[in-house]
Design a protein around this ligand. Structure first.
Ligand code: GLC
Length: 711
């Protein structure tokens, strides 16, 4: 075992010869220290921890089961899991970072390994946490600190800054698997406009392509794609096409032919391109583990950027596999064999399961290989890196094709990919429990470096009700990625597809999102620059056991606490205030504010109201409503200040597009409360800012004051 120090204080233990998981960017400096943890290595490796009565375990990123993971079992193994039920142990991301905390100490660990890892966190034995690593070569990073937040900051430094989207990526996006053609999508855009609901664009699902072939556009369904894309963009609206991992096998299709010629596809044992099936039928998978393939595939994004596209979503890159040739053949043979037979219970279910298990059978991962630095590895060995490298390929390609920021999200991910793009949390459903999971997952995703993230608002599968959409938006208007997306054959999910009440509520929420963009964008950028999470559990900041158990209230930035309603039919909820805060209640046309004492409260929370909490000594800026980010001028800013003796707020007011961040514009607002007066100072007011309407809140009430900027 070799030992190293990474960055400021992270200890790194290296067992055997680990395969890099592309996560760590800081230098590893050799240093000698003993191993305190119990690690057993025997073909597989096991790390053991004992859990005390009060030990909590936070982390593992994109996974079900809430913020404190104790009592459950989980897996890091990227999986196309379309049914997020409580018993599922892995989803699309593999985020092997967690923090163990008890009364005395907190320690963070990152398991640096690109294959399967199993975490049994007091599931089999209540006082034992056992990590099983599917191999003998891995790294283990250990970070100590007094608080989880301090450990997380140190960890985020070792893995490098998260991807920064353009500011327009903070807009609202509509999406649906099933929008057939240009005409239908244009109608969606027009209907949003008619109802005065802002949006920054539409995600294009599979149907824009010809026969599900990446980097093609169906001229039949999208007759003047380039002109349309460009004319939408002039109005501040973006189209975000999907790209899938599998490349259709078809003579004459350039990506397929060039891929074969250039040896760019993952191979089977015989060294031939591996054949599996996804949307178009048979496909090959680009071998993103080869640098030349990353460059090759990344070049194709240019076909679409030339048509005016500036954002993409990379999908099915776990990779998802419907079937492979061998397994399908075996299943079909079995079915033929059953023909005319009298099948008893065992035979019938065996036949049935053989077919249903074709989808994403993990056996396939042993049948294809990647070339990594001249070595051949089964997909199983390096599985969690596939989506990571695909996104790196896209990121590097797009960085060559565009001279400004672009939008890029992926479904599969592992830590390290956060530098190249964001993630959406995959195929959730229109279930209240999935709204709740969305809330709890956000801080865990941030812990793993994923800041540009969000769930399919309203739910992807299943039937969404108006009430669920409203309540979901009351949370997701705070998530950096805000996309309403739904699956084929589900109830339409655009705000106007519901009753009048829902339309009104959702419209006001989306409009409010645009007022929040100056705040949200700045909060994002501050989190990136300070290596801090954007969404934080109360448990990370308040020591009392009681607050450590609250998982449906989150801190956002340094200023806010949010406590969304995540149950059907509620007109109120319990909120526990860990300190005195200002309760801000938004109704359609404005807000009211009131100071609420520390402690438990049952608060009325009507469907058409949005309630958030502002901490003392902090400010909440609200800009103008605009129909999209391009139109956001923010000449006038409303600043609600919950006064302590003084308060300060920093707004990032750059153009939201430049890659070079040296000329970043930051506006600083500061207020001092002295002898009943409020002394205001605004440093470096951004271009265009003319009026700031201050509302100072103190125990004496609300004082309003308008401040004009002399240009
Ligand atoms: C996958 C994606 C989903 C998309 C669908 C069709 O299930 O997760 O978002 O709509 O594929 O492309």
């Amino acid at each position: 075992m070799n030992t190293y120090i990474i960055g400021e204080q992270a200890k790194y233990y290296e067992f055997g010869k680990p395969i890099s998981s592309n996560a760590i960017v800081e230098m590893k400096v050799p240093a000698v220290f003993p191993l305190e943890e119990i690690v057993k290595i025997e073909r597989r490796s096991e790390i053991q921890f004992s859990l005390k009565e009060d030990t909590r375990v936070y982390g593992l990123g994109e996974n079900l089961g809430g913020i404190n993971k104790r009592g459950g079992r989980y897996e890091s193994y990227c999986r196309d899991e379309a049914n997020h039920t409580e018993d599922k142990i892995n989803l699309y991301g593999a985020h092997n970072f967690f923090v163990i905390e008890d009364k005395e100490k907190a320690i963070g660990y990152f398991v640096d390994f690109p294959g399967r890892i199993h975490f049994d966190i007091g599931f089999t034995n209540d006082d034992e946490f056992i990590i099983t690593i599917n191999g003998e070569n891995f790294g283990l990073m250990k970070i100590e600190g007094s608080m989880p937040s301090e450990i997380i900051t140190k960890f985020l430094k070792t893995i490098g800054k998260p991807y920064i989207p353009p500011k327009w990526g903070f807009g609202y996006f509509q999406s649906r698997w099933g929008y057939r053609d240009q005409k239908e999508i244009q109608e969606v855009v027009d209907t949003f406009q008619q109802h005065e609901i802002p949006m920054d664009g539409i995600y294009l699902d599979l149907d824009y392509m010809v026969d599900f072939k990446n980097f093609t556009v169906s001229r039949e369904r999208f007759p003047d794609f380039e002109d349309w894309t460009k004319s939408l963009k002039e109005k501040g609206l973006y189209l975000i096409p999907i790209i899938d991992a599998g490349v259709k096998i078809e003579e004459g299709y350039n990506v397929y032919e060039e891929g074969v010629k250039g040896d760019h596809f993952a191979v089977n044992q015989e060294g031939e391109p591996y054949v599996a099936a996804v949307w178009p039928g048979k496909v090959h998978f680009p071998d993103f583990f080869q640098e030349k393939t990353r460059r090759w595939f990344g070049e194709y994004y240019r076909d679409l950027t030339k048509m005016g596209i500036e954002g993409f979503w990379n999908d099915m890159n776990e990779p998802a596999i419907f079937y492979d040739e061998k397994s399908l053949e075996e299943a079909v043979d079995m079915a033929i064999d059953c023909r005319g037979k009298n099948l008893n219970v065992h035979k019938f279910f065996h036949l049935k399961d053989t077919f249903s298990n074709l989808l994403n059978d993990e056996k396939y991962h042993q049948r294809f290989y990647h070339r990594m630095d001249g070595e051949k590895k089964t997909n199983e060995e390096v599985h969690n890196l596939y989506g990571n490298y695909m996104t790196q390929s896209a990121y590097e390609g797009l960085s060559r094709h565009l001279d400004h920021r672009f939008l890029l999200i992926s479904r599969a991910s592992s830590i390290g990919m956060h530098r190249y793009g964001g993630i959406w949390t995959g195929d959730n459903a229109s279930w209240w429990s999935h709204l709740e999971e969305n809330v709890k997952m956000m801080p865990l995703l941030n812990m793993a470096g994923f800041f540009y993230t969000g769930a399919d608002t309203g739910g992807f599968g299943g039937q969404c009700s108006g009430e669920l959409l409203t309540r979901w938006l009351q949370f997701s208007i705070f998530t950096p990625l805000l996309r309403n997306h739904s699956a084929l054959d589900t109830r339409a999910q655009e705000p106007y597809a519901f009753d009048k009440r829902t339309l009104e509520e959702t419209k006001h929420l989306i409009r409010l999102r645009y007022r929040l963009i100056p705040y949200l964008y700045s909060t994002y950028m501050k989190a990136v620059d300070k290596y801090e999470m954007m969404f934080k559990p109360l448990a990370f900041f308040y020591k009392e056991a009681h607050y450590k158990e609250i998982e449906d209230q989150l801190l956002l930035g340094d200023e806010l606490m949010i406590a969304p309603v995540v149950e059907r039919g509620k007109t109120g909820r319990r909120v526990d205030l860990p300190e005195e805060m200002a309760k801000i209640e938004f109704a359609d046309s404005g807000y009211t504010v009131e100071i609420v004492k520390e402690g438990p409260h049952y608060l009325a929370y009507q469907r058409d109201r949005l309630i958030i909490f502002l901490k003392k000594g902090h400010m909440l800026p609200l800009g103008d409503v605009a129909m999209n980010v391009k139109e956001l001028k923010n000449e006038k800013l409303d600043l609600l200040v919950y006064m302590d003796e003084n308060a300060e707020h920093l707004l990032y007011t750059d153009d939201g597009l430049s890659i070079d961040r040296n000329d970043q514009v930051k506006t600083i607002f500061s207020v001092i409360h002295r002898e009943g007066d409020f002394l205001v100072d605004i440093k470096n007011p951004y271009k265009g800012l003319k009026v700031v309407n201050f509302s100072f809140l103190t125990n004496e009430g609300l004082v309003k004051k308008t401040h004009r900027i002399n240009s």
